[in-house]
Design a protein around this ligand. Structure first.
Ligand code: FAD
Length: 352
């Protein structure tokens, strides 16, 4: 397969500082990369992104096997540019294999066809769309859902520009984007099921689910995600936002492995009936007053850490600060290597 390539130059004086911050970020999230004095090369889903220090500033390159991979790489590179050079550095002007198209290759418009309450706090929406085969992936289960402002019957979606950037709809028409997990996918029927936590605070994701009716429309882009490594012992923990992903893990982890999972919900009424193969053990925990959400899950993982950790994998998703602290402890205190853990902040608690 011929590789597709594109590149852009970011003119600025602090390219070395950009590289240092990028490497610190990749280290924190255990993303693999190669580097020398001049270049950082990151292998990402779909291809490779390269960041090279040049006289004018920073030279950015994306190389992928297909158009959608190249689009995803460009969007990840732009995300890093916004983080480490600021929003003002965007948009970038890309050259090479760049085409203007009506939509991004990884984007689908989806229509709500069914609304089902699983518990008082979780609502399952069935969404229908065309050509969903790309979302049928063994490890990438997450999507970015685009929620249009309330009351817009024919939403406008972001489109690729001829310079390889993104043309966003006007501010008042622009969708808000949040990550969700595909709980079930039926490619033949053109349907996905997504389980939404109806958390108390207003937000575009929770609000969309709360008011959802058949016929409502949202966008879906992806898939994204990272799989777990092979191990003989898995420790899994997560709150409601992680229930769809943990349910999929319980269904797919090999029967030869020992699997222990801790799940936090508000009360016994919010527990879900999960498919539980014999090799999986699940403990439900109810949220404790006076303790940060998902903190008791991090404690459960730490308390369950075995002395023998060579063949262990830890998967955790919950509140962002709790996740960050746990990730640090797993690496520093328990010596877990890259590839032995996937600890992710799924949502951020707002400071009060
Ligand atoms: C990879 C990935 C997969 C995910 N999969 C799912 C999924 O399948 N189902 C699901 O329900 N969520 C999932 N999430 C979490 C979801 O993206 C966040 O909860 C998101 O913040 C919800 O957006 P919102 O618009 O409702 O609220 P936001 O606009 O993001 O936030 C508004 C307010 O709500 C609060 N808030 C947000 N989430 C929570 C929460 N979980 N508990 C309490 N308060 C909250 C915020 O602190 C803020 O005050 C996933 C996240 C990631 C990163």
């Amino acid at each position: 397969m011929t590789a597709l390539r594109c590149d852009a130059t970011l003119t600025f004086t602090d390219a070395n500082n950009f590289q240092s911050r990028l490497k610190a970020f990749l280290d924190e999230y255990d993303v693999a990369y190669r580097c020398d004095d001049r270049q950082v090369a990151v292998e990402l889903p779909g291809g490779e992104a390269r960041f090279s220090v040049v006289r004018a500033g920073l030279h950015l390159e994306a190389e992928a096997g297909a158009r959608d991979g190249l689009e995803t790489l460009r969007s990840i590179i732009e995300h890093y540019v916004a983080l480490f050079a600021g929003d003002n550095a965007l948009p970038l002007h890309w050259h090479g294999d760049v085409v203007a198209a009506p939509t991004f290759a990884n984007f689908r418009e989806m229509r709500v066809t069914q609304v089902e309450d699983l518990t008082p706090s979780m609502r399952r929406l069935t969404l229908a769309g065309e050509d969903l085969a790309r979302f049928d992936h063994a490890e990438e289960w997450h999507v970015r859902l685009h929620f249009p402002p309330e009351g817009i019957a024919r939403p406008q979606w972001p489109r690729p520009t001829a310079e390889g950037g993104i043309q966003w709809p006007p501010e008042d028409q622009r969708a808000e984007i949040r990550y969700y997990t595909i709980r079930r996918l039926d490619v033949a029927k053109g349907e996905v099921e997504i389980d939404f936590l109806l958390h108390a605070a207003p937000g575009p994701g929770g609000d969309f689910a709360r008011r959802a009716r058949p016929g409502d429309v949202c966008g879906m882009a992806g898939p994204y995600g990272r799989g777990v490594a092979e191990a003989s012992h898995y420790l899994l923990a997560g709150d409601e936002t992680a229930l769809p992903a943990i349910s999929r893990l319980l269904e797919t982890l090999p029967a030869s492995a020992r699997v222990e999972a801790w799940l936090e919900v508000e009360s016994p009424l919010d527990e879900l009936a999960l498919p539980l193969p014999d090799h999986c053990h699940v403990s439900w925990r109810h949220r404790c007053r006076g303790r940060a959400p998902s903190e008791q899950l991090a404690t459960a993982i730490v308390e369950a850490m075995p002395d023998e950790r060579d063949d262990l994998f830890v998967w955790f998703a919950g509140e962002a600060e709790v996740s960050q602290r746990l990730r640090k402890r797993l690496k520093q205190e328990f010596g877990l290597r890259k590839g032995q853990h996937l600890v992710t902040g799924y949502w951020k608690r707002e400071a009060h």
